[in-house]
Design a protein around this ligand. Structure first.
Ligand code: NAD
Ligand code: UDX
Length: 444
């Protein structure tokens, strides 16, 4: 099938590449000429495991191309995916200007029946706005071509995006158009072993499903973080509690890890956008209000522990920090908890030496010229002379350090662990003062 993907960011690039992998003829468009140049020259503008090889393979096979030419891209695909950003505007609502611009460019250049598939995360009712924008453009040039609107929200996780796309739990397709339904079923057939995994519904329910999923997951994490904070004070161990509740199939083990608060490009903005949608319609989402508040506080949980240990004047203190990206296996720094922690430490007069396996370049871009912040190219490189090590992201490479060597390099054998990477008993034996999340601290 001929497919166009408008927007070649995380979602657009993964969608286009995975569709090409199953033999479709895919053209990816972006307005960012630099991004397209990198892709045309064989590079990949983001870090996502497995993506580079898959792009190379499909480009070589002639099934995947990149362009900034809007007319060419609209003419190419019978199915036009919109995968542009929907960032928060000043009040936290989803800003639809990129989605509407994409819809207008489709309407301006459409030359026959098209299925317009919205993959961006958009508020309920956006399908109608996309339809109206396209219809308006068609009317302006007295073009009578028909088209269908589909909502097909994306549930991939960064760092596991290829796996999530190639083997989805479910594919949500919202449309009231039978031709579009058939085309979408054929397109996704190779991705699902049985068609029960494709859930057909109306456009509005599909749009709502995406926000409902992210809000539910964000709630689960925030509630777990609050239980962790309480466990710590009450002398309980959240890791045991996690296993104790996860074994109930109604709760399950996934997504129960306490930490330094959720970040990334989706949960924070989608939680806020859903709150604003509800407010606009006179509904107050009280649970979600609390989730956001709890997450805001959780981003400071390590800072609170540091202040308790060192006091709030951190002048002259130096910290090693492991993990900048908002989660492992990505270089994405959007809403990363590391940014909040680093900013606080620097403001209090401390210096920070940070390491991340892939996000240093992106960190330098989003935290340019932050005085007192330096980077090291390995976990060990940032340890010397640090008053403590702070762990923010649970990269695999951080899980089995040489504790004896670490103890020698750090000025103090002291770790603030925002991801519970180590067993407190082991840390005691290794001679570390250790501050995990929701577990009992180890004092020397
Ligand atoms: P992104 O910022 O990485 O990429 C968006 C791309 O769209 C950019 O490269 C931008 O230049 C391009 N663009 C903007 N306007 C354009 C236009 N008119 N024509 C062509 N290209 C245009 O964003 P992303 O992370 O891929 O997210 C895209 C959407 O998918 C958002 O709505 C997001 O909420 C949703 N989503 C993201 C994820 C994720 O993990 N990143 C997962 C699921 C859903
Ligand atoms: C999320 C959704 O999971 C995905 O379905 C959607 O398409 C996009 O948003 P992503 O943001 O890539 O994906 O990462 P995810 O693995 O969901 O983690 C989000 C945040 O929650 C991270 O900051 C992570 O550290 C945190 N988290 C996750 C926890 O604190 N504990 C957990 O148990 C899981």
């Amino acid at each position: 099938m001929k497919i166009t993907v408008i927007g070649s960011g995380y979602v657009g690039l993964v969608t286009g590449t995975c569709l090409a992998e199953y033999g479709n003829d895919v053209l990816c468009l972006d307005v960012d000429a630099n991004k397209i140049r990198i892709l045309q020259e064989g590079g990949v503008p983001i870090f996502e495991p497995g993506l580079e090889e898959m792009i190379k393979r499909n480009v070589a096979a002639g099934r995947l191309r990149f362009t900034t030419d809007i007319k060419e891209s609209v003419e190419h695909g019978t199915i036009q995916f919109i995968a542009v950003g929907t960032p928060p505007d000043e009040d936290g609502s989803a800003d639809l200007k990129y989605v509407v611009a994409a819809a207008r460019s489709i309407g301006r250049h459409m030359n026959g029946y098209k299925v317009i598939v919205d993959k961006s995360t958009v508020p309920v009712g956006t399908g109608d706005k996309v339809r109206a924008a396209i219809a308006d453009e068609l009317q302006q040039r007295s073009e009578k071509t028909s088209f269908a609107i589909v909502s097909n929200p994306e549930f991939l996780k960064e760092g596991a995006a290829i796996e999530d796309f190639m083997r989805p739990d479910r594919i949500v397709i919202g449309t009231d158009d039978d031709t579009a339904k058939d085309l979408m079923s054929s397109l996704y057939a190779p991705f699902v072993r049985n068609h029960d995994r494709i859930l057909f519904m109306d456009v509005r329910s599909a749009e709502m499903t995406k926000y409902a999923a992210n809000a539910m997951l964000a709630t689960r994490i925030s509630f777990m973080n609050e239980l962790a904070n309480l466990s710590e004070v009450m002398g309980a161990d959240i890791e045991l509690v996690r296993k104790g509740i996860g074994s109930d199939p109604r709760i399950g083990y996934h997504f129960l890890y306490p930490g330094v608060g959720y970040g990334g490009s989706c949960f924070p903005k989608d939680v806020q956008a859903l709150q604003r949608t509800a407010e606009e319609h006179g509904i107050s989402l009280k649970v979600l209000d609390a989730v956001e508040k709890a997450n805001h506080a959780q981003k400071s949980v390590l800072v609170d522990k540091i202040v308790k240990r060192f006091g709030d004047n951190l002048k002259g203190k130096h910290f090693a920090l492991w993990g900048l990206a908002f989660k492992p296996n990505t270089d994405d720094m959007r809403d990363a908890p590391s940014r909040v922690i680093i900013e606080y430490l620097l403001n209090q007069g401390a210096t920070v030496a940070a390491h991340d396996p892939v996000a240093i370049h992106e960190a330098q871009r989003v935290m340019p010229d932050w005085k007192g912040l330096s980077y090291g190219d390995s976990p060990n490189a940032v340890l010397p002379d640090a008053d403590a090590l702070i762990i923010v992201t649970e990269w695999k490479a951080f899980r089995s350090p040489d504790f004896t060597d670490m103890n020698k390099q750090l000025k103090n054998p002291l770790i603030f662990d925002g991801r519970n990477l180590f067993d407190p008993k082991r840390m005691q034996k290794e001679g570390f003062e250790y501050y995990p999340i929701g577990r009992q601290q180890v004092s020397l």
